[in-house]
Ligand binder design. Structure first.
Ligand code: SF4
Length: 271
């Protein structure tokens, strides 16, 4: 593995053990984009998705991808493959290669997780026979004004509901939490259509205190608990390390001691 498939570290590593990046740059142009900041900024900061330089073209990228997939098959079958951390895999410019890679994953029995801020992509009915091996994730911040070229949060929620009711697994990335009230609203609007929430705080300057976050954690856990109890469902939440870190508490704290609070390694395909 190296050119297409790799093992992410840090905050990205909390999302997936294995990930695939074909492109750098992203036309969603979020103002808080981590790809525009710091040391990564120069190499990955563009608003035009561009195939990584290590690939000659998209056909070459797909061949390299298949080679790396086949060489690490058992691990990838066990842990699945995440798309993507350096762009959006379902942009009009990137979705062609993404779906070609999904087809390869299906051929090799590797489950796929996609994370997007788009709602304008089509999922052909062909994929309805592979419901158990494709999960669609939507980043939901509630802050359209900071994600100026992405589909709106309302459009993403509508797409999540459509795919969930078709039978696909769905997850929500409630990250970065910019405004606690808006993030809570995103969860309230998707609960019942979402199998898993992954919640993480904004890096850097935030407009909330540890007390505010502590209340937010309690309110979200209470919402999920009530939803599961009254609907006999098993919606899960993963509180990313940034949350106990900001609260200066351990994961063993009672805040996270609920049966529906899962770890980073939770497998959405084998609940
Ligand atoms: S969708 Fe992700 S990669 Fe694209 S601009 Fe927004 S934060 Fe960056």
């Amino acid at each position: 593995m190296s050119k297409a498939i790799y093992m992410p570290k840090g905050k990205a590593g909390e999302y997936a053990k294995y990930a695939c990046n074909f492109y750098v740059g992203c036309s969603n142009d979020c103002s808080y984009c981590y790809c525009k900041r710091g040391l990564l900024g120069h190499a990955m900061g563009g608003t035009t998705p561009t195939l990584k330089k290590c690939f000659k073209d998209e056909d070459d990228a797909l061949k390299v991808f298949e080679r790396e997939l086949a060489a690490n098959l058992q691990e990838l079958q066990n842990h699945g493959l995440f798309f993507t951390f350096t762009s959006d895999p379902l942009l009009p410019e990137t979705e062609g290669l993404t779906f070609a890679a999904i087809d390869t994953c299906i051929d090799y029995d590797v489950p796929v997780k996609l994370l997007t801020k788009r709602a304008d992509f089509d999922v052909s009915s062909y994929y309805d026979i592979h419901l158990d091996s494709i999960a669609f994730g939507f980043t939901l911040t509630g802050c359209d004004e900071l994600e100026r070229n992405a589909s709106t949060n309302a459009e993403r929620i509508a797409k999540m509901k459509e795919l969930y009711h078709r039978g696909f697994k769905t997850f929500a990335s409630i990250e970065p939490v910019i405004d606690l009230g808006k993030s809570y609203d995103m969860i309230a609007k998707t609960i019942g259509h979402c199998d898993l929430y992954k919640i993480g705080l904004l890096t850097g300057k935030r407009n909330y205190t540890p007390e505010d976050v502590s209340q937010f954690v309690c309110k979200v856990n209470d919402m999920i608990h009530r939803h599961n109890f009254f609907n006999k469902e098993e919606v899960k939440v993963y509180w990313k390390d940034s949350v106990p870190g900001f609260l200066k508490i351990e994961r063993t704290d009672k805040c996270f001691d609920h049966w529906f609070c899962v770890g980073a390694d939770y497998d959405i395909f084998n609940e």
